[in-house]
Design a protein around this ligand. Structure first.
Ligand code: SF4
Length: 269
């Protein structure tokens, strides 16, 4: 994988881990060790429910020291985090990670009618300067019905403690729009890029739990192989052939453009 990305001209790799609870895979820390043994700039981004003990997170901190940047996206599952002691322990683990130079963010899905609860959650973490990203609930790639305008605005405008310029879109009239997260863009739009040039598959790949390598998460019918038997990354940027809403944050972040006037193939090099 690393050699194929190098061949495509990339000298840095960002690893993203999500799905199930990755930290309970007994090989996870060993895999992180192996990745860091390569002489290449690496970053890592983990989505977790933080259910491992504080002792385990101490080992995680030690085992990720050679990454240029480590980010932990902690999923706040409000249905399991009802008692005060559980909430405090969740926060304690995040503060520990933050104090050890790990970039931390809390993710929470807001259902219609939960705006006040989300504001309280944001305040809870605001005190320790940890950003909270509130997401709208989606079903089949589309945001479910029932949100008020105020709730929608809250999802789209939240930028506290966050870089407000994480993502950029440019429209046909050359207007630029910045977003602090992919979620802001996903929340209010139907994002169909059929026929656009997209760097997914060339600059990024997705690996499922069974080892299948695909172009992306939304475009998973485009199979590139399997990590056990071999796979081939695209050797050039290809058009999107998926007529679905590109609603997955990691897919959406991959540079894509309709007209070659805005070719963004150099982004990320
Ligand atoms: S990442 Fe999105 S835009 Fe790119 S090929 Fe996949 S579905 Fe299409």
């Amino acid at each position: 994988m690393i050699n194929q990305f190098k061949k495509n001209g990339f000298d840095a790799i960002g690893w993203g881990w999500a799905g199930g609870e990755v930290t309970f895979n007994p090989h996870f820390l060993t895999i992180l060790d192996e990745i860091q043994s390569y002489k290449m700039k690496m970053t890592t981004n983990l989505v977790t429910n933080l259910s491992q003990s504080l002792k385990w997170w101490k080992i995680f901190v030690e085992n990720t020291k050679k990454f240029k940047k480590v980010r932990v996206n902690a999923s706040w599952h409000k249905e399991y985090l009802k008692e005060e002691n559980k909430k405090l322990l969740f926060k304690e683990k995040l503060v520990f990670l933050k104090d050890n130079n790990i970039s931390t963010v809390v993710n929470c899905v807001m259902l219609p009618g939960e705006l006040e609860e989300m504001k309280k959650l944001t305040d809870f973490f605001d005190k320790v300067q940890i950003p909270v990203m509130i997401k709208a609930c989606r079903d089949g790639g589309k945001v479910i019905k029932g949100y008020t305008k105020e709730e929608f605005d809250y999802v789209q405008k939240q930028i506290k403690h966050k870089n407000p310029k994480v993502m950029l879109t440019i429209d046909d009239d050359n207007n630029e729009y910045y977003y602090s997260s992919a979620e802001q863009l996903i929340a209010g739009s139907n994002l169909n890029f059929l026929g656009w040039q997209c760097t997914a598959g060339y600059q990024s790949i997705t690996i499922s739990e069974n080892g299948t390598v695909t172009r992306g998460s939304v475009c998973k019918p485009q199979i590139l192989g399997n990590i056990k038997t071999g796979f081939k990354i695209f050797d050039k940027v290809e058009k999107c052939i998926t007529n679905w809403n590109c609603h997955c944050g990691s897919d959406l972040k991959m540079p894509k453009w309709r007209s070659d006037e805005y070719n963004m193939s150099e982004v990320g090099r």
